[in-house]
Design a protein around this ligand. Sequence first.
Ligand code: BTN
Length: 243
Amino acid sequence: QTIVYRETIDSTNNLAQELANNGAMEGTLVIADEQQQGRGRRGRNWFSPPHSGVWMSLILRPQLPLAHAAQITLVTAIALAKALTRLTGVQAGIKWPNDILFNKKKCCGILTEMHAEFDQIHHLVLGIGINVNVPQEDFPEDIQHIATSLQAVKGTPIPRAKVVQVVLEELEPLYRQYVADGGFGTLRDQWKAHNITLGNEIIAHTAQGTIQGRALDIDEFGVLLVEQPDGEQKKIYSADIMF
Ligand code: BTN
């Protein structure tokens, strides 16, 4: 496996995209101490100060149709929930589709970016951001009440190299299983075991508008099913969830 390290970078996802476009192998990992323009979902900024987190992007080349990309994010969320639970001794929960939380505060996010040719995935960049050694009071004011770090949860700092190692250890077998199965069906129970979304009243902000209701289940494709107050069920493919 090739690991590309930078002290500082705009975004590890940008470099990973560039390397992938130039033929970098599956498993190539880009990792930086600091991101100047760390990106979150929906064009948001991702707080990535020096030496305080794991900011990394993994290049994957699953030979699968385009529609599978969202499920790989869910598979990654399972791996992260397992890894962060192992590292802290505290149960981490998955908020659909791609946030890992402790006590309702976000510790880790995933930004999956994809390049497809016709209907097939050409490559996928799995961007993973984990707040590691950030004391709770060091988060900027605007995210203080919604963000947390592994250190804040565990009470002691954790070496970032250890975090990278444990995350990759958990991710590799799950990813291989996913690709071998060609689907999310067999991993769905594991996802459910770590999820904190289902059963809650939620508000989902989707590109098509806002949907409010109770999160009932995810189907074998990882699509979220929501029951609205009038009893009607809606499928949600992508959204920001609040509860
Ligand atoms: C989110 O929850 O909105 C996704 C956050 C993803 C952050 C990671 S940090 C490494 C990689 N490079 C980026 O610019 N973003 C992702």
